[in-house]
Write a protein that binds this ligand. Sequence first.
Ligand code: HBI
Length: 95
Amino acid sequence: MAIPRLTDTERAAALPSLAGWTHEPARDALVKHFKFRDFSEAWGFMNRVALLAEKHDHHPEWHNVYNRVEILLTTHDAGGLSARDIAMARAIDAL
Ligand code: HBI
């Protein structure tokens, strides 16, 4: 499914409203780091994100060590950031 990649202008317009997300140019991706009370809290968060990913049909690249979760969002089908990543970042922040 062809998904258009965000233009530099579109990306620059979206980034300021995404609290805590940074742009990683090398992957053209959004990255955010989360820290929880313990592993159980982190896992509960990851479970909710997993359900979101299925609902959005848009899946994160992520890393978990105990109470820390790092999420990277990019659209493989677009070769970089798309509107799906922006929507997913906003949905994660609304959990
Ligand atoms: N998730 N991050 C990401 N990027 C994709 O391109 C992607 C995905 N999840 C599912 C998916 N593509 C496709 O398999 C469906 O859109 C068809």
